[in-house]
Design a protein around this ligand. Structure first.
Ligand code: SF4
Length: 371
């Protein structure tokens, strides 16, 4: 991993871990902030103070002393009673391809990871974690090998974006930034906190990011998909499918095995009847496991009448010194990968072949393990 002196300097002051025994305001929307303050401060504060504090937090100012339009006595009393963030940046890693990965320390000593990807055109995508570890146990995924440590709070999810935003100082690039909830964890298994983070990140008094520029990936939790379809301002949906053959999928993704492919498809049809957007199906290609002719045909058969975009992702092998996922797979060669891709195209399926960025820092799909 490339961790240069320059990067070390940059990470100084990026974050901090304050004492955990104070209410953390990054959890809250403006009206909730003012209610929380008024339950503890005398005299009561006017409503607009909630918006002011929320706006500072949303700009990544995670210390009350930096909120310069608040009266000094208020800043001091906030410092004494509240926290402006509960997470700290432990390390920053930079891949040769420009991908930046943060290892973030939670107040209880657990670690999560968040990634900022920049494509060749300079567009940025923040990949955020929703849980520390994951209970779903997908066999190709290192996070799945950790098991679930705990759900993240809305503030812990939001703060990851703020830490990534601070990486892009002095001129944070917000226009056109995408957020994908595809880091560690299954977002739909932590639904309330994940949706609260969406509300915080999209609130007009803060960053005002459009939920249409956010995507949550699920291994196929049917109740979560049905709930997301009923949200007025929810993020887009990506489903990690990885096999359209029942037994193979159950084996590969045991956490999703409670729902058959038929039930999953019904939920996706319900979702799509309420939302106009095209769904993303993610398919990690595992050599000799799900890249054969019968796998391709099963995928082609599964899709209609869903409107989907299939993202094919050749499996990311891990360096020998890292902890392995629960089962060793290999990446298919270019010929097999191209053959699968062409097969989808010939069947009229909209498909993209994605080579993960961030491989050299273990920041790519399925590689996050908080180590
Ligand atoms: S792929 Fe996603 S849902 Fe599956 S174990 Fe990994 S983090 Fe969890």
């Amino acid at each position: 991993m490339a961790e240069t002196e320059d990067l070390k300097k940059k990470q100084e002051g990026l974050g901090f871990c304050p004492p955990a025994n104070r209410p953390c305001l990054t959890e809250l929307l403006p009206d909730e902030i003012v209610r929380e303050l008024n339950s503890r401060t005398i005299p009561a504060l006017p409503d607009y103070r909630g918006g002011q504090i929320f706006s500072w937090l949303s700009r990544g100012v995670m210390s009350f002393s930096g909120m310069t339009d608040l009266p000094l006595p208020l800043r001091q009393s906030l410092e004494e009673s509240f926290s402006a963030g509960s997470t700290g940046v432990e390390s920053l890693f930079q891949d040769q391809d420009g991908t930046q990965k943060l290892k973030i320390r939670l107040f209880d000593g657990l670690f999560i990871e968040s990634v900022l990807l920049t494509d060749r055109a300079g567009r940025r995508t923040a990949c955020l974690s929703t849980q520390a570890g994951c209970a779903m146990g997908c066999l190709f995924c290192r996070t799945g090998g950790l098991g679930l440590k705990r759900n993240l709070s809305a503030g812990e999810i939001t703060e990851q974006f703020l830490h990534l935003l601070n990486l892009t100082r002095p001129s944070p690039v917000l226009r056109g930034v995408n957020i994908v909830f595809m880091g560690m964890g299954e977002g739909l298994a932590n639904y309330p906190a994940f949706m609260k983070a969406v509300s915080i990140l999209s609130h007009p008094q803060g960053l005002g990011l459009s939920p249409a520029r956010m995507t949550v990936s699920t291994c196929g939790l049917v109740p979560g998909i049905l709930a997301l379809g009923r949200e007025k301002r929810g993020p887009r949906l990506a489903v990690s499918l990885n096999s359209a053959l029942e037994e193979k999928r159950r084996f590969l993704m045991p956490g999703a095995a409670g729902w058959s492919l038929g039930e999953l498809k019904e939920a996706l049809l319900d979702y799509q009847s309420r939302k106009k957007e095209r769904l993303t199906l993610e398919y990690v290609l595992l050599s000799g496991f799900n890249d054969r002719r019968e796998d391709l045909q099963a995928l082609i058969n599964f899709i209609p009448p869903l409107r989907v975009q299939v993202n094919l992702i050749p499996y990311n092998p891990l360096p020998a010194q890292t902890a392995p996922p629960r089962r060793a797979f290999t990446s298919p060669g270019p010929e097999s990968t191209q053959g699968f891709y062409r097969g989808l195209q010939q069947a009229g399926v909209k498909a993209t072949l994605r080579y993960s960025r961030g491989r050299s820092t273990n920041s790519a799909c399925g590689q996050l393990a908080g180590e």
